[in-house]
Design a protein around this ligand. Structure first.
Ligand code: ADP
Ligand code: MG
Length: 362
């Protein structure tokens, strides 16, 4: 059977808590069955509100939400069949691990022998067999969160919502849990809607990422697409590192435009959100797309002054003064021992027009 492309569907959803300000604005979002979609964005951008509406703890002010082609506005949260993990949605402290996991099954009136099998299976998914009799207090933070993940999956939901589930864990544990959750998703094929403000986490785990800002989805695409082809300045700034040049378009022809920078220089760029001469723009260029002393001729070639050299183990970062941007960042591999790389030196920098994206003015 083919997968439902609109397993979860937000259709023109608005949300206001106070009847005045919309914190979610005209949200249209389709999520395919089995997909791992992450809502990524700064604090206050409306991610949790969207998850709460999907879970049934909040109601849309306008628009509809569908789950498996059914409108869900009249279905209470516990009848939506959705598993949930939240940063602060703690385990029941007075129950053992076994009882925590058996709880959603008891609510659903699953017979005990079948429930025991499901608890077993869920605990093995998070590598916690043998922990059944422990109380939550006797577990580390990471183990508690793994029990919470197991509890969200124990009743075989078709959809699991996770809101910053790893936010309270330290960096190493967070990273290993990211892979653990990703692998569980891959092995059981459950649909996951995940919320985080951490771009690395989103890039690591997701099939697609919806970047939120100010209650709106700015871009919905795969991790590589989001990084390589941001559609606006917000996304370019929010995902990864980014060099910017501010200027005005002086010519557009085909897939190249000329941008006159405020510093006076003219660069060649890829016209993404500019149309015509006179348009204001912010040009975005990833640090690794700029090369020092390029052997071949590139569309853009300029001299810049090295302001700072920062050793980073696997690469070296240069902060440069380039075309009026004193925060121009460039990354070079450490294998290239180069005597010219010294603070105060002028070096040639080149990049192709296609890699500098002329976006909306900031
Ligand atoms: P995020 O999860 O992206 O940080 P939220 O969805 O929690 O964002 O919040 C979006 C906006 O809605 C914020 O301005 C927040 O202050 C507001 N908000 C969230 N929950 C409530 C609530 N229960 N009552 C009133 N305002 C809320
Ligand atoms: Mg939130």
């Amino acid at each position: 059977m083919s997968k439902n492309k609109q397993f979860v569907r937000f259709d023109n959803v608005d949300k206001s808590y106070d009847g005045k300000i919309l914190v979610v604005k005209g949200l249209d979002l389709d999520i395919e069955e089995g997909e791992f979609v992450t809502m990524l964005g700064p604090s206050g951008s409306g991610k949790t509100t969207c998850l709460m509406m999907l879970a049934g703890f909040e109601t849309p002010t306008h628009g509809e939400i569908y789950l498996d082609n059914k409108v869900i506005s009249n279905i209470p949260p516990h009848k939506r069949g959705i598993g949930m993990v939240f940063q602060n949605y703690a385990l029941f402290p007075h129950m053992t691990v076994y009882e925590n996991l058996a709880f959603p099954l008891r609510v659903r009136k699953i017979p005990k022998d079948e429930a025991d099998k499901k608890v077993d299976k869920a605990l093995s998914m998070v590598s916690l067999q043998g922990f059944e009799a422990r109380m939550p207090m006797q577990l580390s933070g990471g183990q508690q969160q793994r029990v919470a993940v197991a509890r969200s999956l124990v009743f075989d939901p078709k959809l699991v919502l996770m809101d910053e589930p790893l936010g309270a864990l330290d960096k190493n544990l967070r990273e290993s849990m990211q892979y653990e959750i990703k692998h569980i998703h891959e092995s059981i094929g459950v649909t996951v809607v995940y919320v985080t403000h951490d771009q690395t986490e989103a890039l690591t785990m997701s099939n697609r990422i919806a970047v939120f800002n100010d209650g709106k989805v700015q871009q919905l695409s795969s991790p590589d697409e989001l990084y390589e082809r941001p559609v606006n300045s917000f996304v370019a700034e929010f995902i990864g590192e980014n060099n910017t040049f501010v200027g005005t378009v002086t010519d557009v022809s085909g897939n190249t435009c000329k941008v006159k920078l405020n510093s006076g220089a003219e660069i060649l760029a890829n016209p993404i959100s500019v149309k015509a001469k006179g348009d204001k723009t912010t040009v975005s260029l990833r640090p690794e797309r700029a090369l020092i002393n390029p052997k071949d001729k590139m569309d853009n070639n300029y001299k810049g002054k090295i302001k700072e050299v920062i050793y980073h183990g696997d690469h070296t970062r240069l902060r440069m003064d380039m075309l009026g941007n004193e925060q121009f960042i460039l990354k070079i591999p450490n294998s290239s021992s180069n005597l010219e790389i010294k603070t105060g030196n002028d070096i040639n920098v080149g990049w192709n027009a296609n890699d500098s994206r002329a976006l909306d003015p900031k």
